[in-house]
Design a protein around this ligand. Structure first.
Ligand SMILES: [Zn+2]
Length: 235
């Protein structure tokens, strides 16, 4: 309830098409993704195919200061209304693939599963930003969101201080599947939805966990691709 109320208050204070979601400057309703001319110019809207264990993996944007601000404003400043703009960016990036004649299996998926956060972090933050984004993306793509199918059962802290191998080990047992969803996952095509792809350790752990439940395909969609810039990351 507090969560829903929070969203409504934010929407009232910052109606879409009034302020730039990065810098807060006044804008008008014609601005794409509620971004001012300055901020949008500094952002890279470019799809990156990610080399991974997934059947298809893609990120929609680069990882610069402005792109990072987009995620952080939602994640750490609690500006949940940004989730809708991010869903718009993800949706457009998927249809860019389709409109340019490339194969994008994401449009034929059966389920969207956001990368989960641990209960303790959920209590701290009050929401899972991926769940917020997933809700809007699910509506746009007409693909159901199963926000509770994948669970984060182990809290992983201070990931940024660890090496790639240590991160992978740390994350390996961090996820589990909610048994209620066992049948739903079998033979289905799943999109795992993430905000920032860094070393790929989280993505890999999610994939491994879901694989055990025999889905038909597992896809991965991340907003940002940080690549080897993960040292700048804050989990
Ligand atoms: Zn701006």
């Amino acid at each position: 309830m507090r969560d829903i109320l929070g969203d409504k208050i934010w929407e009232m204070l910052f109606p879409h098409g009034t302020y730039c979601i990065i810098c807060g400057k006044f804008i008008d309703k014609t601005r794409k993704y509620d971004l001012c001319d300055h901020c949008i110019k500094h952002m890279t809207f470019k799809n990156t195919y990610i080399d991974s264990e997934y059947d298809f993996a893609m990120a929609s944007m680069g990882y610069g200061l402005y792109e990072r601000r987009l995620v952080f404003n939602l994640k750490y400043d609690g500006k949940t209304f940004i989730a809708r703009n991010i869903a718009d960016i993800l949706y457009d990036s998927i249809y860019k693939e389709v409109s340019e004649g490339r194969n994008c299996p994401l449009i034929d998926a059966d389920l969207i599963i956001p990368v989960p956060v641990h209960q303790n972090r959920l209590k701290q933050r009050g929401f899972n930003q991926m769940q917020k984004i997933g809700k809007h993306l699910s509506k746009k793509l007409d693909i159901p969101l199963e926000a509770n199918a994948l669970l984060r059962t182990k809290e992983t802290v201070a990931q940024k201080a660890l090496s790639k191998e240590e991160r992978e080990q740390n994350l390996l047992d961090a996820f589990s599947v909610n048994p209620i969803y066992k049948n739903k996952l079998k033979d289905s095509k799943i999109i795992v939805l993430d905000d920032i792809h860094t070393t790929g350790a989280t993505a890999k752990a999610c994939c491994k966990t879901l694989e055990a439940f025999s889905p038909k395909k597992i896809y991965y969609l991340s907003l940002l691709f940080a690549g080897n810039r993960h040292h700048l990351m804050v989990e």
